[in-house]
Design a protein around this ligand. Structure first.
Ligand SMILES: Nc1nc2c(c(=O)[nH]1)N[C@H]1C(S)=C(S)[C@@H](COP(=O)(O)O)O[C@H]1N2
Ligand SMILES: [Mo]
Length: 357
């Protein structure tokens, strides 16, 4: 479906929400488009690249109205390897602690890495010249989400300093091909290091403003609430920058495999200028640890792959991991301590159980 692998884990057909089986990500720095996770709040718009336009307005000196070829001709093309991660990645482990009704039960693969080609949002902002008072940059798309009452188009915003940082892209290419419709073609925003929800697909409108976007998806959704709080506009911590995380991709949870030396493979991700400095793996719930080999990231904005060989004893065994970044920060031990009503930002130690014989 939608050009994805047949073995995608499809959580919803409409809107389409799917993540790859862990093995499809194992050991690959770049995720093929057919395995890249897909997260949608409504039906995909069908925008014609020939008539698509981007409007830039709000608190600027010079409004812009650009076609795709204007965008490609007027600004310098930039290619970046960037990992996108949904704020709901690994929600399934949170809802095993306590139910989270109405949210997609994402496993550990709502994260993928691609090479994106486009222009820097910063270059457009230089041309548009934000005026004093400008503090946020909002993005709007035409896909209407029926799950919001009343239904509304998708939108979100990022702080102006992030928008001006150079790495935020308006992308029309993915892994060397035109951006597929399912991933936001003809043009999407790519915000490295921020939750996937800020990387607005099918973007048509960029507005510079003094306040964050009043879209439901910025003002009310994607917020971290205390365990017993009710959601509401402006409540909770608005999620922007991602938290460090990791996961085990191979073997897969529930696998039956031969005892003895076994390749254990995973990813770890340290966003916003940090790097994963170490990954520890344990077969005894964290009493003793062995260090994995951690690959260099393919770019400053991407995850790092890790791997090691562990000698699996016969019988049921739990494999646990934890990553450390270069500031010495590590992951929390249990999902229970992170539980929140919408199930975001679970970055606890990944654990899988396998049966070795
Ligand atoms: N227009 C639009 N942009 C969107 C969304 C959406 O539903 N509509 N979903 C967001 C969320 S929550 C995520 S995690 C990423 C997913 O991008 P992908 O589907 O290309 O993997 O897109 C973001 N941008
Ligand atoms: Mo997301």
């Amino acid at each position: 479906m939608w050009g994805k692998r047949d073995d995608m884990v499809v959580h919803d057909k409409e809107p389409f929400n799917a993540e790859p089986p862990p093995a499809a990500l194992a050991g690959q720095a770049l995720t093929p488009v057919d395995a890249f996770y897909s997260r949608n709040h409504g039906p995909f718009p069908d925008l014609d690249p020939a008539t698509w336009r981007l409007r830039v307005d709000g608190l600027v000196d010079q409004e812009l109205d650009l076609s795709l070829s204007d965008l490609q001709r007027r600004f310098e093309t930039r290619t970046e390897v960037v990992t996108l991660e949904c704020a709901g990645n690994r929600r399934a482990e949170l809802l095993a602690v306590r139910p989270i009704p109405g949210q997609v039960p994402w496993g550990p693969t709502t994260i993928s890495t691609a090479e994106w080609t486009g222009v820097s949002l910063a270059d457009l902002l230089v041309a548009a010249r934000p005026v004093p008072g400008a503090a946020h940059v909002a993005f709007t798309a035409p896909d209407v989400s029926p799950s919001v009452d009343p239904p509304q188009p998708y939108g979100s915003s990022i702080p102006l300093p992030k928008a001006c940082s150079g790495e935020v892209l308006l992308a029309w290419g993915m892994n060397g091909a035109p951006l597929p419709r399912i991933h936001g073609g003809p043009v999407r925003v790519v915000v490295p290091g921020f939750i996937g929800a800020r990387s607005v697909k099918w973007v048509q409108h960029v507005t510079v403003a003094s306040e964050p976007s009043d879209s439901y998806f910025q003002a009310e959704d994607y917020r971290l609430l205390p365990p017993d709080a009710e959601p509401g506009p402006g409540r909770g911590i608005s999620l922007g920058p991602l938290t460090m995380t990791s996961a085990i991709l191979s073997p897969d949870h529930g696998d039956r495999l031969p005892a003895g030396p076994t390749d254990v493979i995973g990813y770890a991700f340290a966003p916003e200028g940090r790097r994963i400095a170490r990954v520890d793996v344990s077969l005894d719930g964290g009493q003793t640890w062995t260090q994995a080999v951690v690959d260099d990231p393919p770019s400053p904005w991407a995850w790092q792959l890790w791997h090691l060989v562990l000698d699996l004893p016969a019988g049921p065994v739990e494999i646990t991991a934890r990553a450390w970044d270069d500031s010495g920060a590590t992951q929390p031990e249990f999902p229970a301590s992170l539980w929140n009503p919408a199930g975001y930002a679970n970055n606890s130690w990944p654990r899988i159980r396998v049966d070795a014989a």
